[in-house]
Design a protein around this ligand. Structure first.
Ligand code: FMN
Length: 438
């Protein structure tokens, strides 16, 4: 790892630099000793800050109180303060032999210590150069509704089949998860006629929720895919009872979460009625929540005047997470035949063209609710995804772009990792909701 060696060149940090380097060395021989030494180093570093910076006045010598000191906490940020408390708790447990630590736990403690030392060097160091913790594997790791994600990148429902179709292009485990094609109570053959047409920077679709139905999904498909990825099952029904029943049936081994599609614009009974009326949206959410122990994600429709009203209604009804946006209702007319191109007349617009609308809605919803948001709509690159994180999304989903480039999710993950490193940050979470005002 060798992260703390830069402290050797900074005699001003001699009060704590040896402790930091010792903690890092101990990682190679004993995780418990490492955690103990992290606590020693951390305490010394905090005391150094208090002795150096007259802005922070200690009420007493108690390390817990020093971290909780309001001025200190405001300076380092709540996140980092929490990390320091966690490190000290772990250190205490190690000192009292209350538990044995794993490599991951010890690494996390070291990383928290490093984050603090980096903050400190940033504030007090001369000739400061940003450094990142040399532990790349953690840069994109995050969590949503208690689900561990290797990256905050999902594949959006309806654009990625059941995930297995993409096995040759994508390391499925590297995705946060796959939102599989919408499942309904009974099998559906979808709409007749033309179902897809390309538009400037996007596409219109009116697939009409073609799927094998929940029974076939549970008996034939889920057993095949459940160990390959985090499976998020997108569901749609034509009544509140349908959603409740689907949520109950899908409370099954191998289902990571259930995504309620209350926003499909392409079929009369495809949920859109629930997604455009806040009382109906709340009813469906509540019914699904009562019927399952799985996290419930509610997928919002952009085809409304004020999306924040629906978002708040779903949050109050118990939604664990919101995903947005589904497609925007659109239409195309063939000027040779004077008929609509699509068999369903209208269809859902997706792809690059809708990104500004999606981003605006994610930003509005992030300012209206506390539950996490999975942002989607027109994301084609890491820069697009970064905009969604800054606007307040905790994760993103990629849809239409998978058709043009089936391995696009992996490229976005690679570029996202490079971006976070180039900012001198250690985890994607550090940019969530960080858009600044004008
Ligand atoms: C062909 C196609 C099929 C889709 N099917 C579903 C679906 O079954 N359930 C759903 O919730 N969203 C469905 N969507 C919407 C996408 O999941 C996503 O919300 C939307 O396309 C916006 O993202 P994008 O611009 O990255 O594609 C579908 C989109 C497309 C293009």
């Amino acid at each position: 790892m060798n992260n703390f060696s830069f402290l050797n060149d900074k005699p001003e940090y001699r009060n704590f630099s040896k402790d930091c380097i010792d903690a890092e060395k101990a990682f190679k021989s004993s995780y418990d000793s490492c955690v103990k030494l992290v606590r020693t180093a951390l305490d010394a570093a905090i005391k150094w800050v208090y002795s150096t910076d007259k802005n922070f006045s200690p009420a007493n010598d108690n390390l817990y109180d020093l971290i909780s000191n309001k001025t200190f906490e405001r300076a380092i940020g709540k996140d980092l303060a929490d990390k320091l408390h966690n490190c000290r708790k772990a250190g205490n447990a190690a000192i009292h032999n209350e538990k044995e630590f794993s490599a991951d736990e010890a690494r996390q403690c070291l990383k928290n210590l490093f984050d603090f030392v980096q903050w400190l060097d940033n504030r007090y160091g001369k000739n400061f150069k940003p450094r990142t913790f040399n532990d790349d594997k953690n840069i994109l790791q995050t969590e949503i509704c208690g689900i561990k994600l290797n990256t905050p990148i999902f594949a959006a429902s309806g654009t990625f089949g059941f995930g297995e179709e993409f096995e040759n292009f994508v390391d499925l485990k590297r995705l946060g998860g796959v939102m599989v094609k919408c499942i309904t109570p009974k099998p559906r053959r979808g709409n007749d006629g033309v179902r897809i047409t390309e538009t400037p920077s996007g596409m219109l679709n009116c697939i009409g929720l073609e799927n094998p139905g929940v029974e076939n999904f549970l008996s034939k498909i889920l057993p095949r895919i459940k160990d390959k990825m985090n499976v998020v099952v997108n569901v749609s029904g034509s009544s509140v009872e349908d959603y409740a029943k689907l949520a109950e049936l899908l409370d099954a081994d191998g289902v990571a979460a259930i995504e309620l599609n209350i926003s499909c614009p392409n079929v009369k009974d495809g949920g859109i009625i629930f997604g455009t009326d806040e009382r109906q949206a709340a009813k469906v959410t509540n019914a699904a929540k009562k019927s399952t122990r799985k996290p419930v994600i509610v997928k919002l429709s952009p085809n409304v005047t004020d999306i924040t009203k629906i978002a708040r209604a779903c949050e109050s009804a118990g939604a664990d997470c919101l995903s947005l946006i589904n497609t925007l209702m659109g239409m195309e007319i063939n000027i040779q035949t004077w008929r609509p191109t699509l068999g369903n007349i209208t269809g859902g617009l997706s792809g690059g063209a809708i990104k500004p609308v999606a981003l605006r809605m994610v930003w509005q919803v992030a300012n209206a609710v506390k539950v996490p948001i999975i942002g989607m709509g027109g994301i084609r690159s890491a820069s697009d995804a970064i905009e969604f994180f800054l606007a307040g999304a905790s994760a993103v989903a990629i849809g239409t772009a998978n058709f043009a480039e089936p391995s696009i999710t992996m490229k976005i993950a690679d570029d996202l990792e490079k971006y976070i490193k180039s900012c001198g940050l250690s985890n994607i979470r550090e940019i969530i909701g960080k858009v600044k005002s004008c």
